[in-house]
Write a protein that binds this ligand. Sequence first.
Ligand SMILES: NC(=O)c1ccc[n+]([C@@H]2O[C@H](COP(=O)([O-])OP(=O)(O)OC[C@H]3O[C@@H](n4cnc5c(N)ncnc54)[C@H](OP(=O)(O)O)[C@@H]3O)[C@@H](O)[C@H]2O)c1
Length: 232
Amino acid sequence: MRIALIGNGKMGRAIAQLALERGHTVATIVESEENHRGGGLSQARLTGCDMVFEFTRPEAAPDNLLQLARLGARVVSGTTGWSARLPEVSAVVKEHGGALLFSPNFSPGVQLFLRTARDMARRFEGRTGFDGFVVETHHAAKLDAPSGTAVALRGMLRQGDQGREFPVTSIRGGHAPGTHRVTYDAPFESIRLEHEARSRHVFAAGALLAGEWLQGRSGVFTFEQMLFEEDS
Ligand SMILES: NC(=O)c1ccc[n+]([C@@H]2O[C@H](COP(=O)([O-])OP(=O)(O)OC[C@H]3O[C@@H](n4cnc5c(N)ncnc54)[C@H](OP(=O)(O)O)[C@@H]3O)[C@@H](O)[C@H]2O)c1
């Protein structure tokens, strides 16, 4: 793939490094100072690129994605915190025949973890002796809380165990790329299911896999759809 990177932060750099290792070409990198409200994204800037990776900031993503959609680009977006604008963005992607694949978490292991959590929650439905809750921990620079993944996790747990709220506690500090833990706790015992990302390369590798999958496709997709098309 010939890649355009929108955002040159921690994820943009991880994707660039891994893309080169996998034989792809990083054709252009668009940084924030040249891209106010998506104004740096043009057909000329993206000439020769077959896939765009957008990892920026929650407030920047909708303008970037709308502009990329108007250009009919194929885009993988991992930016979190913009889901309220998804219907608007999706409509423009479809109108212009482009493609968007988005996810708050491009770790294949996290996607399996979310389904495992839902299965576990089904076992606890109606067991009133247990309290269910989530704790998520991320590096100090992470802006949003709770994480997009914690919100998705809470949704899956509520699907499995409809009687519980599953409050989320967010911890921000240090350098860890992301840990999510579900606990069912009773007075004399505790059950925990945890996913720990050891490196943000797991997200970069998943995003590149998504880009490879998106080639030749049009429409709006999630990473979950890509991974579990056959078995939801
Ligand atoms: N889906 C996943 O698997 C996954 C994994 C990790 C992180 N994330 C999410 O991905 C996003 C980026 O994470 P990160 O760790 O790379 O953050 P980061 O290190 O803060 O990098 C964000 C970069 O985006 C730049 N930026 C902001 N607005 C821009 C614009 N309009 N055009 C181009 N660049 C712009 C920022 O530049 P300035 O500093 O100059 O503003 C910064 O370099 C966050 O929303 C994060 O939550 C998703």
